[in-house]
Design a protein around this ligand. Structure first.
Ligand code: TRP
Length: 361
């Protein structure tokens, strides 16, 4: 597995170098594939790249000790996208490894930082977000879903812990501060520690690297709130999902990312505009080969669309050698995305029923 992993990450020096710098600058731990049994493809392919307190979680898994996994997403847009799916993939991984699983709807954070109406957010979450999480692989029988706004234990814990942070610490961790950010981050600290009110156990928070400041704050506060005897929560981080135009910013108006679900026409439209590592002409590509490391279609294959490592590697080889043209890659991506959406839609209606019958705070 280890040897293979090195081989699987074929990407050049661009992003990895930056991520290596992040690890150094922020004192992150590097993710070590060998520490986690049956790693998922995000782990095998270096997309999960760092964390904090990872040994504690790998130990809990290996020794079959209780631990939890918790994450959340703001219900700020109509739909989630493939980037958000990484969170669910990693949550599903830990669920399969025996974690008690908590998936929250960050409706208060969305209200504070995005001006989203709380009632509207609730509707959206029950009719879309939670069913989507179930369709993407979270087992509803083993997951506790909750809303920040109606979980009194979380809100109460946020108040109890608010005295444990200082403005200087906020400045050090977040740079700037504003009341809406302060209130949201204290709430997130409470989210992350809340499962430990019921049971003393370590926990892991799978999130994008952008959420690391919250994990730092939570670990600091957990250390100081001695009377609670919290385990310091762990964080596990995946890389950003680049937009289809190669930029790091997803933009609705540019249509440069894939939502879940999306119609076949719309998928085709977006994929056709995606940036590839292809050459100007088919002739040239046959001669020089493609550049999969710069190719957003390969990013999709890597993160979401091709499960099998051998198939993935073979495809990279064939693209590099000029055997596969970018046009064919795009057609294949469309085919796989269509299948993915079909499968999602099939599961979704049933998941909606399940979600509406769950007992959710
Ligand atoms: N801040 C997260 C976001 O922007 C949402 C969130 C709230 C969260 N509480 C959390 C994520 C606890 C992980 C753990 O989407």
């Amino acid at each position: 597995m280890m040897k293979k992993e090195k081989f699987i990450d074929p990407w050049g020096s661009e992003l990895p170098e930056d991520y290596a710098r992040l690890i150094k600058e922020f004192g992150l731990e590097e993710f070590n594939l060998a520490d986690f049994p049956n790693p998922n493809k995000l782990m095998r392919r270096g997309l999960v790249f760092a964390g904090r307190g990872l040994k504690e979680i790998s130990k809990a898994i290996k020794e079959k000790k209780p631990f939890y996994a918790l994450s959340g997403i703001m219900p700020s847009s109509e739909k989630i996208h493939l980037g958000n799916k990484c969170v669910i993939d990693n949550m599903a991984y830990f669920q399969q490894q025996g974690a008690k699983t908590y998936m929250l709807v960050a409706d208060l954070e969305a209200a504070a930082t995005r001006g989203i109406d709380i009632k509207e957010a609730r509707k959206r979450a029950l009719n879309y977000y939670i069913p989507a999480y179930i369709s993407l692989g979270l087992d509803p029988k083993k997951t506790k879903f909750y809303f920040q706004s109606t979980n009194k234990d979380v809100v109460g814990l946020a108040y109890s812990l608010s005295g444990k942070a200082t403005i200087n610490e906020y400045r050090a961790i977040y740079g700037s501060t504003s009341p809406s950010r302060i209130i949201s981050s204290v709430l997130q600290v409470a989210d992350i520690l809340y499962p430990q009110l019921k049971e003393e156990m370590p926990g892991v928070v799978p999130v994008g690297i952008d959420q690391d400041p919250h994990i730092r704050l939570t670990r600091d506060i957990a250390k100081r709130a001695k009377k609670f005897k919290f385990f310091l929560p762990s964080g596990i981080y995946h890389k950003y999902t680049p937009a289809l135009d190669g930029s790091l910013k997803m933009s609705k108006s540019k249509g440069n990312f894939i939502e879940i679900p999306e119609s076949s026409d719309s998928v085709r439209n977006k994929i056709m505009k995606a940036v590839t590592g292809g050459r100007k002409t088919a002739e040239e590509q046959k001669k020089l080969g493609g550049q999969p490391e710069k190719d957003m279609i390969y990013e999709l294959f890597k993160q979401h669309l091709i499960e099998n490592d051998e198939e993935f590697l073979q495809r990279i080889k064939d693209n590099k050698s000029g055997k596969i043209l970018s046009k064919e890659d795009k057609e294949y991506a469309i085919e796989l995305l269509d299948k993915f959406m079909e499968d999602f839609n099939k599961k979704f209606e049933k998941a909606k029923n399940i979600a509406n019958n769950l007992d959710i705070d």
